[in-house]
Design a binder for this molecule. Structure first.
Ligand SMILES: [Zn+2]
Length: 53
């Protein structure tokens, strides 16, 4: 079998758009959307708005 390490998760170093701390994310930042560290991501992640109207 020739399973390269192609499939392993790559981590990208980014600066959190909220707290400004360096962090790594498992996806490639597209440069347009802000990237957050784990904690800020939890704060910023979209919530389901059941109560919005
Ligand atoms: Zn942060």
């Amino acid at each position: 079998m020739s399973f390269d390490k192609n499939f392993e998760r790559k981590m990208f170093k980014v600066t959190c758009a909220d707290c400004g701390q360096e962090t790594e994310v498992p996806f490639q930042p597209d440069g347009e959307r802000p990237v957050y560290c784990r904690e800020c991501y939890r704060k910023h992640k979209p919530q389901r708005r059941f109560n919005d109207r």
